[in-house]
Design a protein around this ligand. Structure first.
Ligand code: UDP
Length: 379
């Protein structure tokens, strides 16, 4: 039994089905693909990333080949802009950003020396987001590009957030404005929902939508893979793990609203973090009208959709207690972003799901006990 028909559930389900197991994939929502669900907007024909933008990028050749088995991936390069302090700048921070922001025309080595002179490096290894940013780009760029955005995104001061959040972004001293540094990047031609549907399209797989699964329903199956929230599985008995949720304010525009797929907003006075213009995620299609989302992050309540795990010290401690509880049980493995309470890119989700399925098949073969977690949870 797979709880959740997102990427984890679909990949594990597919691998077990191909190995001859009969599997049931249940999801509480009326559609597959979890938060990467896409849907064509009836009014405009634009493919909409219903729960916010997802861009597939990876260095993992096997994962890239795997997703390409189920959908045609179209070339797509994520290029993000940010509106801050009255200008539009290029992201991630690159030579263009630095020259634009400081009104200069520096070459790479000059810019490197210029930024190094502005960086505030304490002797210790940076622990917080703020320390990392001050060491990485200096105060001016930190305040324009990262401070306001991060306060809105996380609802916390960057001095209270771990450095790891910022370490996801590169700093470049050339004009490369590709948001991701991976070898493979693309968008499924007909959206992620069709990709996941193709994975689940197998005679050994039964999909049950609109079907929430609780612990009490899980008996009678050889094994359960739970991609739902780990704290919810245990009825929040040790407390609720904190998440940020997003409110999407949808609007339509006749024409091209912003000229790019993703426009971030760095100023703290602007209440949203970014505006996404969905037709630009499918640059091979032509649409006159446009569908846009303004993203407003806020703390996730019990009835909201969890997006970003917060993972501060208190949450990590609670997670440790849930992990111990999970390990004390049998017949269940926790997978994916919600099952393991980690920020996961889609390629990592697919990689871990493939590895989990292989571990399970090996356990069945040898009679060994399938662990509660197949992923590496350190960090
Ligand atoms: N970030 C920022 N300003 C930006 C973009 C990102 O301060 O314009 C920070 C923010 O804290 C964010 C983190 O960098 O959570 C990681 O950014 P990423 O683009 O990976 O966020 P995601 O796409 O996962 O929301």
């Amino acid at each position: 039994m797979l709880v959740g028909a997102g990427l984890s559930g679909a990949v594990i389900g597919r691998e077990l089905a191909e190995a001859g197991h009969r599997v049931t994939v249940a999801d509480s929502r009326p559609h597959v693909a979890g938060n990467c669900h896409t849907e064509r907007d009836a009014g405009t024909g634009v493919m909409v990333h219903v729960y916010g933008p997802h861009i597939f990028h990876t260095d993992d050749e096997e994962v890239w080949a795997y997703v390409n088995r189920f959908a045609r991936f179209m070339p797509y390069t994520n290029r993000v802009k940010i509106t801050a302090q009255g200008q539009v700048l290029s992201l991630p921070v690159n030579l263009h950003t630095i020259n634009q922001f400081f009104g200069a025309a520096m070459r790479p080595e000059e810019a490197r020396a210029f930024i190094a002179a502005r960086c505030e490096a304490s002797t210790a290894e940076p622990r917080t987001f703020e320390e990392q940013a001050l060491r990485f780009v200096g105060r001016e760029l930190y305040e324009a590009l990262f401070k306001g955005y991060t306060m809105k995104q996380w609802g916390r001061h960057p001095a209270k957030l771990p450095a790891s959040v910022l370490k996801r972004l590169p700093l470049r001293f050339d004009y490369d404005d590709n948001y991701f540094a991976h070898r493979f990047q693309g968008m499924p031609q007909h959206g992620y929902t069709q990709l996941v549907e193709a994975m689940l399209d197998h005679p050994n797989i039964e999909v049950r939508l609109g079907t929430p699964v609780r612990r009490a329903d899980a008996g009678g199956y050889d094994h359960v893979f739970n991609a739902g929230p780990i704290d919810g599985w245990f009825d929040h008995c040790l407390g609720r793990l904190g998440y940020r949720t997003l409110d999407f304010h949808r609007f339509v525009h006749d024409g091209d609203y912003q000229g790019c797929a993703v426009m971030n907003y760095g100023d703290p006075e602007v209440p949203w973090t970014r505006v996404t213009e969905h037709k630009h995620f499918s640059p091979w299609e032509r649409h006159d009208a446009s569908v846009l989302y303004r993203e407003h992050p806020r703390e996730c309540g019990p009835d909201d959709i969890p997006y970003y795990p917060i993972r501060l010290a208190t949450e990590k401690q609670m997670l440790g207690d849930y992990i111990a509880l999970a390990r004390a049980g049998r017949g269940i493995t926790f997978v994916g972003r919600l099952g393991t309470y980690r920020y996961l890119d889609m390629d990592v989700t697919v990689r871990e799901a493939l590895d989990t399925a292989r571990t399970y098949l090996a356990c069945v073969e040898t009679g060994a006990e399938m662990p509660a977690f197949a992923a590496n949870l350190s960090g």
